[in-house]
Design a protein around this ligand. Sequence first.
Ligand code: NAD
Length: 490
Amino acid sequence: MKTTVKSLEGMRLNLFIDGRFVEPTSGRYLDSFDPTTAEAWYQFAEADANDVRLAVEAAQKAFVNPAWRRMTQTDRGKLVRKLADLVLANADDLALIETRDNGKLIKEMRAQMRSIPDSYTYFAGMADKLQGDTIPVNKLDQLNFNMREPIGVVGMITPWNSPLMMLTGTLAPCLAIGNTIVIKPSEHATASTLALAELIMEAGFPAGVVNVVSGTGAVTGDALTRQKGIAKYVFTGSTDTGRKIAANAATNLAQCQMELGGKSPHVIFSDVDIEKAVNGVVSGVFAAAGQTCVAGSRCFVEASVYDRFIEALVERTNHITVGHPLEDKTDIGPLALSAQLTKVESYVASGVKEGARIASGGKRPQAEELARGWYFEPTVMIDAKNDMSFMRDELFGPVVGVMPFSSEEDMIELANDTRYGLASGIWTQNIDRAMRFANRIDAGTVWINTYRSAAYMSANGGFKESGYGRRGGFDVMREFSRAKNVVIDY
Ligand code: NAD
């Protein structure tokens, strides 16, 4: 891989279409900003509708190209494994690029880059396991069976918070199955996806199998979701954007898989080790400065331990180190966008007006060396109510609202009182109670005595306005393939 964090400085990145890096027809390039300094550090091309059309046509052509279409499953699997090896060999550079782009901790990005190759290897194994089925029908002299085949061109629109990790969960199985892909990375973290395109070429995928069109959501994303010739969109991002994409996709009757926002509940019962639960809540909501879709940002605590829990949570939060993402001692880096910082500040202020109290944090850190970046202190808001605006909307920042509950029935009502349904967590030693929660909570993931523990081997996704469709595990094989029914008379 030629691209490194150093070589990117001041560079202009082009689009990746049909196996080549090409300039955008619009000639437009936009700045990408470093969240620790608020300064631009490279430029990326903005693809317009014409570039998007060319990318989709290249993917359509690649889909029927015998070099891809007639490649054996075993060979396709080998190519995906080769990509896994290349990602591993370049893991450090990819991690540095993402940290510089989105401000997430280098230690977290390194851990992600080292797990991504395992994920490619896992999905590579699906290449030769896409099986159809034989159907017993009432005509004894007929053979009726379903073949499974790739669905065609898949459009992938990704967010900035974990660009390559989010991409891998769908790119890897799509490649293994034999689809072709057009990716639109976030305008706030473009470089790592284009660096991956170099590795895709190096691995030897035929031209056009993967294409990357960078640009803003309003221009490039919108054009991609209006473009004909796409079988399915994979979208990871906010619920509001998801709605727009689904509406555009409907015009062409394209399918969608939606991984959207969340406002996940975290429930603490009095029978647990409070320290352990506090650690779970802290890592569940403050990781990546709260910029994770599954952040457990609504915390419900059994009334009998409410005061004790808050004391321990505040004590723990006060010891969190906010700092530069490249430093080892840092627990929380900056927010990725200046707009995010303004949003978080305004929700904290409205929470106070609505009656919540700030027990820790609540402002930008005072340290001079952090003054230029988009930093915000980890914040605990107590005496929160479920109807306060910061408890209803996704902030995507390091803020947790805490409130007491007095009965299991009240707790489940509170936990489900949200338009989202992505994740949930419960801390209790009582397995019956934990299972009642798992049964009644409207969330795609339930964590019991743990939080944010995800695996690419298990299917996950949202309920309600957190989205639909499943990633991970064998479910993806059906998501990205289609059944064709064949009947033979004999
Ligand atoms: P976003 O919705 O602003 O942007 C996501 C992507 O959509 C970007 O590539 C953007 O350019 C594109 N986009 C924006 N407007 C578009 C439009 N009109 N048409 C087509 N594309 C458009 O989200 P974000 O700020 O990048 O990411 C944060 C959000 O993502 C949060 O809501 C978070 O919960 C969610 N998220 C969800 C998951 C999950 O797995 N459920 C994972 C990560 C992030």
